[in-house]
Design a protein around this ligand. Structure first.
Ligand SMILES: [Zn+2]
Length: 139
């Protein structure tokens, strides 16, 4: 099957937050992982920004959650094939990182990582601007 649209996920680096809850709220915030240990479930809005609700079931044969005291990681990756966006990403230390599939161009992944780092930096540094016009084009 040939994808007819570019994946929106690769355009949007996502920094996530998390909240431990007993029951899921009616309204989910973007970029937030809701973790219910009681229900063994993690719910969040798709990391591509499409707004679809993703329900992750924690069990020995499904997903595993790692909480290191500060951040959440999930294993294996989250593949939203049922949504139009067909996003596929890893949740690692409260970040949604697009999964690389065989055949996909890997330089795209590094570009994405670069953007992700810049996004983190810009969040930390608020409006401070650095290195203006530092994008050389090599053809
Ligand atoms: Zn999506």
């Amino acid at each position: 099957m040939q994808p007819t649209q570019s994946t929106p996920l690769s355009m949007i680096p996502q920094i996530l937050t998390h909240e431990f809850v007993e029951f899921m709220p009616d309204q989910l915030e973007d970029g937030k992982l809701y973790v219910s240990i009681t229900c063994s479930v993690v719910v969040h809005k798709c990391a591509c920004g499409c707004g679809n609700e993703v329900v992750i079931h924690l069990s020995p044969s499904d997903w595993k959650l790692t909480f290191d005291g500060e951040t959440i990681s999930l294993s294996p990756s989250v593949g939203n094939w049922q949504f139009p966006c067909r996003s596929h990403y890893w949740v690692r230390k409260n970040m949604a990182i697009p999964a690389i599939e065989s055949g996909r161009n890997k330089s795209g992944f590094h570009t994405w990582l670069e953007r992700l780092k810049n996004n983190i930096k810009s969040k930390k540094r608020a409006n401070k601007k650095r290195r203006p016009g530092n994008d050389r084009l090599n053809n």
